[in-house]
Design a protein around this ligand. Sequence first.
Ligand SMILES: [Zn+2]
Length: 280
Amino acid sequence: MADKRKFVSGIVAPEVRSEPAWWFVFQENKLLVYQKPESVTVPFLMDPNEGDLTVIRQNYLGHLDNHQCYVAEVSEGTVPPAGMAFEGLRQIYGRLDEDLFWVAARAVQIIDWDRTHQFCGRCGVPLRTKTGERAKECPQCGLLHFPRLAPAIIVLVERGNQLLLARSRHFMPEMYSVLAGFVEPGESLEEAVVREVKEEVGIAIKDIKYFGSQPWPFPHSLMIGFTATYAGGEISLDDNEIEDAGWFTVEKLPRIPGKISIARKLIDGFLAKQERFHED
Ligand SMILES: [Zn+2]
């Protein structure tokens, strides 16, 4: 994508704000957006306190091309200004410019961390922001608190012209996806992939290959994608989490996740490979 704008992360805000900036203003995890008929956009302002908004905390994020980006939080009862609304990030994907969307995905994680890390977890005193780092420091015991990030693996398992898809109890009706799960402390990514597939559907896999990764701000994951090949065993379900699982061909796919997700990119990658195979 040649026209993709470049976001550069930053910790220290410019001393003087001489130009308008992108303001990612959240109420809890919902973003303040201007509503247009077909799309939404983020406020581009000198100061979000203009108008009726009262910011209770804010952080500098960096810049997108030449424009500074900030995240701010407003209190629970704040009524959105005329023509604007607070919306969840999942709801605005595809309607907000994609570059701004991924800055919003960072922003929501930074403001959530700021909100939930006000006091030291060890001694309970108020934390202070550490200069020049995305961290907070305890003035009493020196413990550092960094933004939380939970790595999760996601894996597409293939067997010939079929792929493995499963349905979690939490999914929307009829939807199936590839398997995913959080990495446990002490585990490598590859070990997590093998364990998750074994635990959830009872099969063995081989040829684990890195596919790509994606931030997943719901609320603070990093999805690390892999492909793998079936190596043995019969599907048997973990009855806590998985409701149904099976092998699917391109011709008979169930409902699959939307374009926002790396799950969909993995599935689209498999479909493209099958098409090439048919053309040969
Ligand atoms: Zn402390």
